[in-house]
Write a protein of this length. Structure first.
Length: 227
C-alpha cells in the first residue's frame, strides 16, 4: 500500500504566523487538524500517510508534524508503520465493542453524577447554550463543524464531574468510536438533527436533577456506537 497525500480541506490554521508561537503550539494545532481529518473521513481507515508530506503542506518542520501524529498513535487513532508513515486505525468488531462497553460504564456514570450536582447558574446556561448550538449547526450539514461542537458539549457535560482524568479518558474513547465512519451515521437518516436534539434532552435532565432519566437518555444517545 502506498502513502496517501493528506490534504486538510479546511486549510491550515495560521497559528505559526506569530513569532511567539512555540513548537508545542505547532504540534497541538497540527494534531487538532489531523484529528478533524480523521473524524470527518478525509483520512481513510487503513491508508498510510506521511508526516513529512503533511509538514511540507503546512509549511512547518517535520518534528511537530511527526509529534502530532505520534500523539494520535497514543490515543489509538493512528498506528506507526515503520519506514512508511502512519496508518489510520481500522477498528475490529471486538475493538468497537470494547470502546462501547467502556463508554457505557464511565460516560453514563459521568452524566448521572453531573445530574446529582447543584449546578451554578452559569453552568446551566453554558450547557443549554451548547446544546442549542448543536441543534443550530445540525441544519448546516457541516459534519466537521458539528463534530467539534458535539465534542465540546460532551466535554462540558463530563467536565461537570470535576475529574480531569475522567474527562480525558472519555474524550479519547469518544474519538476512537468516531474514527471509522461516524460521520456517515450523522449524514444518513437525519443523524445530525437527531443527536443534536438528544443533547437538549440530556442537558435539561441534568440541569433539573433527573438523575436516572439523564442516565437513560445517555444510554440511548450512545446506541450508535453499539457494534
Amino acid at each position: 500500500m502506498t502513502q496517501q497525500p493528506l490534504t486538510i480541506n479546511s486549510g491550515p490554521e495560521k497559528v505559526w504566523a506569530s513569532g511567539s508561537v512555540t513548537r508545542q503550539t505547532l504540534k497541538d494545532s497540527t494534531e487538532a487538524m489531523i484529528r478533524r481529518a480523521l473524524l470527518s473521513g478525509q483520512m481513510k481507515p487503513g491508508e498510510i500517510y506521511s508526516a513529512n508530506a503533511l509538514a511540507t503542506q503546512l509549511g512547518i518542520s517535520n518534528s511537530p508534524a511527526r509529534e502530532a501524529m505520534m500523539s494520535l498513535v497514543d490515543k489509538g487513532l493512528l498506528e506507526l508503520v515503520r519506514n512508511r508513515g502512519f496508518r489510520v486505525v481500522e477498528l475490529t468488531e471486538q475493538d468497537k465493542l470494547e470502546v462501547y462497553e467502556l463508554r457505557m460504564l464511565i460516560e453514563v456514570e459521568a452524566v448521572r453524577r453531573a445530574a446529582q450536582r447543584d449546578l451554578a447558574v452559569d453552568q446551566q446556561q453554558n450547557l443549554r447554550e451548547l446544546a442549542a448550538k448543536t441543534v443550530e449547526i445540525s441544519t448546516h450539514e457541516d459534519v466537521s463543524e458539528y463534530l467539534e461542537l458535539d465534542q465540546t458539549f460532551h466535554a462540558n457535560l463530563v467536565g461537570l464531574v470535576g475529574n480531569t482524568r475522567w474527562l480525558n479518558v472519555v474524550n479519547t474513547l469518544r474519538d476512537q468510536s468516531r474514527v471509522n465512519g461516524f460521520y456517515l451515521y450523522l449524514t444518513e437518516n437525519n443523524g445530525l438533527e437527531q443527536t443534536a436534539h438528544e443533547h437538549v434532552e440530556i442537558a435539561e435532565t441534568v440541569i433539573t436533577g433527573e438523575v436516572e432519566k439523564a442516565a437513560e437518555l445517555m444510554i440511548r444517545h450512545l446506541d450508535y456506537a453499539k457494534p
